[in-house]
Unconditional design. Structure first.
Length: 82
């Protein structure tokens, strides 16, 4: 069905899984650019700033875009998002 209707249908398994891996050859402009910054503001305290900028034409938009930043489960006492 994907080749004719360009629709991907599946029954998801339990837990996290990969839906699709792909490789692009040639010129490709990503729709978003990510600018990370890590700064040590005090001993044992860092500030992580992530800027996400859309790199697409004004007549296009991103809907339901989310950014996930894995953090270690130990050693973190407070996390805040602004």
């Amino acid at each position: 069905e994907f080749e004719t209707a360009r629709t991907l249908s599946f029954i998801p398994p339990d837990g996290e899984f990969v839906v699709l891996n792909y490789r692009i050859t040639g010129e490709f402009a990503t729709p978003f650019r990510i600018f990370p910054s890590i700064e040590e503001v005090e001993p044992k305290k860092i500030e992580l700033t992530v800027l996400l900028r859309a790199e697409m034409a004004a007549n296009h938009f991103g809907a339901n875009v989310s950014v996930e930043i894995p953090m270690p489960k130990t050693g973190i006492t407070a996390v805040s998002c602004n």
